[in-house]
Design a binder for this molecule. Structure first.
Ligand SMILES: Cc1ncc(COP(=O)(O)O)c(C=O)c1O
Length: 381
C-alpha cells in the first residue's frame, strides 16, 4: 500500500505546540518531537469507531491495549512480556518522574547520560534528587556512553540508572555488547535501571535491531523499568498512551504506589488508537521509516558540507544532533532562529553549542530548512 508522506498538512494556527511557537513568524518549527505526518488510517478509524458509541465513561482495565502491546513486543523485539508486568501510563515522561520518586530517597542520586532529553534532568530536579552525568562521546560516528568515566565518580548513593535507547539526542541504537556493558555497570553499582525506549520503533539504519535492556537476561529484567509507547512511532503523542514494563513485582508495587491518586488512567480514545497502531500499523511504520531515512541521509550529507557544523547520522528517531561550535556564536539556537529555523536549544540537553533538528517533516520543508541552514552559515560573523 502506498502512503504519502509528501502531503503537506497546514498545522499553523492549530492546537500544535510545535507550530504555534512560531505562528505568524517566518520560522520553520523543527523542534519538539512530533512529526508533521498524518497518522495511519487504522488509528483514525479506531478513534472514530470508539467515538461513534458516544459514551465516554470510565474505562475498565485496558486488556485490548495490553494484549496488542504484548504481541508488538514479541514480534518486533522477541521480548516475551507477561501482561501483568505492564503499567499503563498517560506519558513516558511521567514514567521517568515516577521512577525517580519511587526508587530514590531524597539523599540518593540518579545517573543519566549527557547530553540527554531534558525531562531526564527535570525528573531529578523536580524530585530534588542529585544527578550524576554519564558522558556520551562520539566514536566512529556514534554517540556512545563512557561508562568508565562514571565509574570513578560513583559515590555509593546512586540508586537509579536512567538510560535512553535509542538515545535522544544522538540517535544511537545500542548494540548487544554495549547493553551488556550497561548491565555489567548496573550489576557492579546495583542501581535500578529505568530504560526509556520510546524511539525503539523508529530504526533508520539498515540491519540494526533494537534490543530492550530488560530482554538481556533475567537479572536485567528484574532490576529494570522499561518505558515504551506508540506516541513517537505513529505520531500520536498528543493522545498520550504509554506504558512501563516492570517484571519485578516489588518494583511494580512501589511504582504503582507512587502514581496512585496523582497520575490518571489513560484516555479511552488514546487506548483505542494505540491498540490499532500496534495491531495494524506495521506497513505504515515501515514506509514512514523509509521516508525518514531518506530525509536523514539528505540532511546529514548537506549539514556536513557546511563549515562550522557537523552531525553524526542518527541510527534511529527523526532527531539530528548538530554540533555548531565551529560557528563561533554564543547561542547557535538563537542564531538559527534569527535565520528562520526553530531548533531545540542544546543547552536544555546539556550542551549549549549544539542544536537538535527534527526532520520528521515533508521533504519540501526539509529542503527549505537546509537552504536556510546554508544561508545562516554563510552569514556568520
Ligand atoms: C526519550 C523520550 N522520552 C519521553 C518522551 C516524552 O514522552 P511522552 O510524551 O509520552 O511523555 C520523549 C518525547 O520527545 C522522548 O524523546
Amino acid at each position: 500500500m502506498a502512503f504519502n508522506f509528501d502531503q503537506r498538512i497546514d498545522r499553523r494556527h492549530s492546537d500544535s505546540l510545535k507550530w504555534n511557537k512560531y505562528a505568524d513568524q517566518d520560522i520553520l518549527p523543527l523542534w519538539v518531537a512530533d512529526t508533521d505526518f498524518r497518522s495511519p488510517d487504522c488509528i483514525i478509524e479506531a478513534i472514530k469507531a470508539r467515538a461513534e458509541q458516544g459514551i465516554f465513561g470510565y474505562g475498565d482495565k485496558p486488556t485490548g491495549f495490553i494484549n496488542s502491546a504484548v504481541e508488538w513486543l514479541a514480534s518486533r523485539y522477541n521480548w516475551h512480556v507477561n501482561p501483568e508486568w505492564i503499567v499503563v501510563l498517560p506519558g513516558a515522561a511521567s514514567g521517568l518522574n515516577l521512577a525517580v520518586r519511587a526508587f530514590t530517597a531524597p539523599d540518593q542520586l540518579t545517573i543519566a547520560p549527557t547530553p540527554i532529553y531534558p525531562p531526564f534532568r527535570g525528573a531529578a530536579k523536580l524530585a530534588e534528587r542529585g544527578q550524576l552525568n554519564l558522558p556520551l562521546s562520539l566514536q566512529q560516528g556514534r554517540w556512545v556512553l563512557d561508562l568508565a568515566a562514571a565509574d570513578g565518580q560513583m559515590t555509593g548513593k546512586e540508586r537509579l540508572l536512567m538510560l535512553c535507547n535509542p538515545q535522544n539526542p544522538g540517535g544511537t541504537v545500542y548494540r548487544h555488547d554495549e547493553l551488556q556493558a550497561q548491565l555489567e555497570f548496573a550489576r557492579q553499582h546495583d542501581p535500578i535501571v529505568c530504560s526509556d525506549e520510546i524511539h525503539s520503533d523508529l530504526l533508520l539504519e539498515p540491519g540494526v535491531q533494537h534490543i530492550p535492556f530488560a530482554s538481556l537476561s533475567e537479572d536485567a529484567a528484574q532490576r529494570s523499568v522499561t518505558l515504551m509507547s506508540p506516541s513517537k512511532s505513529f505520531n500520536i503523542a498528543g493522545l498520550g498512551a504509554s506504558m512501563a514494563v516492570i517484571p519485578n513485582a516489588e518494583l511494580r508495587t512501589r511504582f504503582n504506589r507512587m502514581r496512585r491518586g496523582i497520575v490518571p488512567d489513560v484516555d479511552i480514545l488514546a487506548l483505542a488508537a494505540a491498540e490499532a497502531a500496534w495491531r495494524d500499523g506495521s506497513a505504515w511504520l515501515s514506509a514512514q521509516n523509509a521516508y525518514l531515512r531518506s530525509n536523514r541521509d539528505w540532511l546529514v550529507s548537506q549539514v556536513n558540507k557546511l563549515p562550522g557544523l557537523s552531525v553524526a547520522a542518527p541510527e534511529a528517531s527523526y532527531l539530528a544532533w548538530i554540533d555548531a561550535r565551529g560557528l563561533g556564536v554564543a547561542s547557535p539556537a538563537l542564531y538559527f532562529e534569527k535565520h528562520g529555523l526553530g531548533l531545540s536549544a542544546g543547552r536544555e540537553f546539556g550542551d549549549d553549542q549544539c542544536v537538535r533538528l527534527n526532520f520528521g517533516c515533508t521533504r519540501a520543508l526539509l529542503d527549505e530548512a537546509v537552504a536556510r541552514l546554508q544561508r545562516a552559515v554563510t552569514a556568520r560573523p
